[in-house]
Design a protein around this ligand. Structure first.
Ligand SMILES: Nc1ncnc2c1ncn2[C@@H]1O[C@@H]2COP(=O)(O)O[C@H]2[C@H]1O
Length: 842
């Protein structure tokens, strides 16, 4: 059934596409005949706007009616071709290159996706190729769709024509062979050919198509810039009367943001504008009422309107409102940080006349929840209020009605998408709650617990895990000296990993929990039980994971211990709460498989089924921690606690482990900021929205529910503190997490699962960009809030200096892991450390 539905959808898609092309032909008076006839005439499917004969046709097709001809002029330029063919002496590649030479252009060829991307990133804009031909005949050697996605994700490549070369046999076998290539960003698919004539025709058409598309987009951009610089308020709607473009004056006067998606005209413009807009009149003049978002009273402005359309029907309506009488209401806008703004700016649906009635009804209901009272109060405030106030309150009520008040949606930010696909990939994967992919996949051989997904051999950080239960309690010499520095921010965690032969958690745990913090006293257990607990927890970390292994657990534990030493936390947290925080840190990723929750959901892993695809990994870490602990009296550190105290510790540990889930990142951050950074100028929300320094207000610490926010924030910051460590540590952690992401991508491809982070492919991924994105969007805001709270400015300073170093590397063209380590002058920091350090046994 599914398959039939899928096939029908594909057929419909193709039919729609063919119909669209037919109607395009009719519009321009072309007589190219039926789709079949056209397909038969060409060596490849024509997927670009032009479908012209094989001559130099740049600028020949009629320009769109509303872009002046002069703006569409493009001087002819020699064709630049880039071929990506893995085979050393590919004859197809040679045919393409010689055709380009005959047409007066220049051709280059590279043999790998990485070299292709390097060429694009290195070249100045003027030298970017017009056409890139990618050999898609051997997917095992070159993943053409992946390369196309990476190219499309690179700056200024929208106008490059991408051609995929496929085998004749594949082309003839499958009616829909082109679709996956089109989806990936190719413009055309061409059957392998050695014919110089076919190649010549192809490249000339491509140049024409590319030149025309470039000219049109550039002309539109120039017109938009002109409109932006105009003092009058200008807006353009589509035929559905949704505002698609609003110039700077419009935004400033009416309190709009520049980057809003389409908004209904009715939200802003009053009756006369709407009446004129729907009348279909070509040109009109009338006074219109415009509502301002930040001011109670609307303004009345003289307006000129025009209906635009290439054919008889209207496609756009232009409004130009004279600024002369407008009262400007400059809203404090500051330089907004995109994620902050996104984090609280949950847009409401358009208001309607019925809302007042429903608010009135709500007041009468016998509901007691605080949110209901708030909504009732707000609805009471609308009585007799001016329309603009009512509209504001109604929007606020809409927001309050959503069940997930603190959950931001990752906005579809085109700037970020185009400019930084790696960051989009990473942040999207970390924050997205949409974990299940619709692709079908049946797991082979289900297991009950997380299976160790790879053998220790395929990891670059392989640790021997033998003899784990035989951990030495007494530490001497160099190890002791190292552990004595366990409460410094530049603690040598990788040295500890080496000296303990991959058992840092038990050693560090004993030193910090048993020694400095003496949690045995709070838990009323002996040190031996604690040691057993640490050992078994460490055993349940996967040593084959490059990142999520017990060294990461030890690192997070060390960060939490460091934070707990800060005065603010010492004064707020009870010894039992501190103990719970240390335990949670040590166990927060236990049995992590090295793949994300999204992966487990897509793979229909038993744990994803068990936890209904919700917080899969974090639920498992928390549950397993207690299962392991309660299972055996020798490790049960809680065995002497009375029922209530046990309940309290258990609640604390679970809450903190669950708080490490990144899909709830902004929820936790927003709550923390709203509670502890409130009372400077303006509202709490305004505080999140500007770059003004936040004013810390710790009076809220008297409420237990706010102390929970502190504990969550503490473990969250510790969990990703690697980016706020001194550079040598931060870079090694970046290497480890990237390696783990790459392995997940490899596994997804091997098992034909959806690829959660397609940009994390070891051949093409830019490590500096992923880290810049991670610091920009996840780290900086959170560390700023936490650093001010515990008075630890170095958290932000390290993050900023790491960011600056990654930026330097990015600007120097450094991209892949290998590039990074080469640029830093060694094969791996950790490799150096390993060579230099003696082990615990020594
Ligand atoms: N330096 C980093 N670069 C990119 N992602 C990271 C980095 N450090 C941590 N993360 C991600 O942040 C996530 C925090 O929760 P997890 O430990 O489950 O998984 C972690 C990684 O996916």
């Amino acid at each position: 059934m599914n398959m039939l539905a899928g096939e029908e959808a594909s057929i419909e898609l193709v039919q729609r596409w063919l119909q669209r092309r037919d109607s395009d032909d009719t519009d321009t008076g072309s007589s190219s005949g039926s789709p079949g006839a056209r397909a038969g005439r060409r060596s490849s499917l024509a997927l670009t706007p032009e479908d012209e004969p094989l001559v130099d046709v740049a600028n020949r097709s009629p320009p769109p009616a509303h872009i002046p001809n002069a703006m569409l002029y493009t001087p002819p330029e020699p064709l630049e071709l880039l071929c990506v063919f893995p085979e050393r002496a590919s004859r197809v590649c040679a045919a393409a290159c010689s055709a380009v030479a005959r047409a007066g252009g220049e051709a280059r060829s590279v043999r790998s996706a990485r070299d292709a991307l390097d060429a694009l990133r290195r070249d100045s804009e003027a030298k970017l190729p017009h056409v890139i031909v990618v050999d898609a005949r051997q997917p095992q050697t070159l993943d053409a769709p992946l390369l196309a996605r990476a190219i499309r994700g690179t700056k200024n490549t929208q106008h490059i024509i991408l051609i995929a070369i496929v085998k004749k046999s594949a082309y003839l076998k499958d009616d829909f062979v082109v679709l996956p290539y089109l989806d990936a960003g190719f413009n055309r698919v061409m059957v392998e050919t050695l014919s110089a004539t076919a190649w010549c025709a192809e490249v000339l058409q491509c140049r024409a198509a590319g030149a025309s598309a470039r000219a049109q987009v550039a002309a539109v951009a120039a017109l938009a810039a002109a409109v932006d610089r105009c003092r009058d308020l200008v807006a353009v709607t589509d035929d559905q009367q949704r505002i698609l473009l609003a110039n700077k004056s419009w935004c400033r006067v009416l309190g709009w943001r520049g980057d809003e998606g389409p908004r209904p005209l009715s939200e802003t413009a009053g009756g006369e504008a709407m009446r004129q807009a729907s009348s279909g009149a070509r040109d009109w003049e009338a006074p219109v009422t415009l509502r301002r978002r930040a001011a109670p009273d609307p303004i009345l402005l003289p307006c000129r309107g025009a209906a635009i359309g290439l054919t008889k029907s209207t496609s756009h309506i232009v409004f130009v409102c004279e600024q002369t009488h407008a009262v400007e209401t400059e809203r404090g806008r500051g330089s907004l940080h995109s994620i902050r703004r996104g984090s609280l700016d949950v847009r409401s649906v358009a208001s309607d006349g019925l809302r007042r009635t429903s608010l009135a009804k709500l007041q009468g209901l016998p509901l007691e929840a605080p949110i209901t009272k708030v909504i009732s109060l707000l609805s009471a405030a609308t009585e007799g209020a001016p329309p603009s106030t009512v509209a504001c309150i109604e929007r606020a009520v809409d927001m309050l009605r959503t069940s997930e008040l603190y959950s931001p949606q990752m906005r579809d930010d085109p700037k970020m998408r185009v400019e930084d696909p790696v960051a989009t990939d990473l942040i999207g994967a970390l924050l997205s709650r949409e974990q299940v992919n619709s692709n079908l996949f049946f797991m082979q051989g289900p297991t009950n617990t997380l299976s160790s997904r790879r053998s220790s051999n395929d990891s670059t950080v392989v640790r021997s895990q033998t003899n784990r239960t035989n951990i030495k309690h007494k530490t001497t010499g160099q190890l002791r000296e190292l552990l004595d520095t366990a409460l410094s921010w530049d603690f040598e965690i990788f040295r500890l990993e080496d000296m303990t032969r991959g058992r840092p958690l038990a050693h560090l745990g004993l030193a910090l929990m048993g020694g400095r913090f003496d949690i045995c006293a709070a838990l009323e257990c002996d040190e031996r039980t604690l040691l057993h607990w640490l050992t078994i927890i460490e055993t349940n970390y996967h040593s084959g994971n490059t990142y999520h292994n017990s060294t990461h657990a030890a690192d997070v534990l060390q960060a939490v211990a460091y934070f707990l030493e800060k005065d603010r936390l010492k004064s707020v947290l009870e010894p039992l709460e501190a103990a719970a925080a240390l335990l949670a840190a040590a166990a927060h990723d236990v049995d992590h498989p090295g793949t994300s929750s999204a992966f487990l959901c897509n793979a229909r892993h038993p744990l994803a089924v068990l936890y209904n695809d919700v917080s899969v990994l974090e639920s498992h870490h928390a549950a397993l921690t207690f299962k392991i602990t309660l299972n055996d009296n020798r490790v049960n550190i809680f065995k002497n606690l009375d029922r209530d105290t046990y309940k309290q510790v258990r609640h604390n540990v679970i809450d903190m482990i669950l708080a490490t889930e990144m899909t709830k990142h902004f929820e936790h951050l927003a709550k923390f900021v709203n509670v502890f950074y409130a009372k400077s100028s303006g509202s709490k929300e305004d505080n999140m929205h500007t770059d003004e320094p936040l004013a810390l207000d710790t009076t809220a610490l008297s409420l237990p529910e706010n102390v929970i926010l502190v504990k969550r924030m503490m473990i969250k910051c510790a969990d990703v503190s690697n980016a706020s460590r001194p550079q040598k540590f931060a870079f090694e952690w970046a290497r480890r997490i990237a390696e783990e992401y790459f392995l997940q991508t490899d596994e997804e491809k091997a098992k034909d699962l959806p690829v959660v982070m397609p940009m994390f492919d070891r051949a093409t991924c830019s490590i500096p960009r992923s880290q810049i994105g991670f610091i920009d969007y996840i780290i900086i805001d959170m560390m700023e809030a936490w650093a001010a709270f515990i008075d630890m400015p170095e958290l932000v300073n390290h993050a900023r200096s790491n960011h600056a170093r990654w930026r330097e590397l990015d600007e120097a063209g450094v991209s892949t892991l290998a590039d990074v380590w080469r640029a830093l002058g060694h094969s791996s920091i950790h490799g150096q450390l390993q060579a230099a350090q003696p082990t615990a046994e020594e």
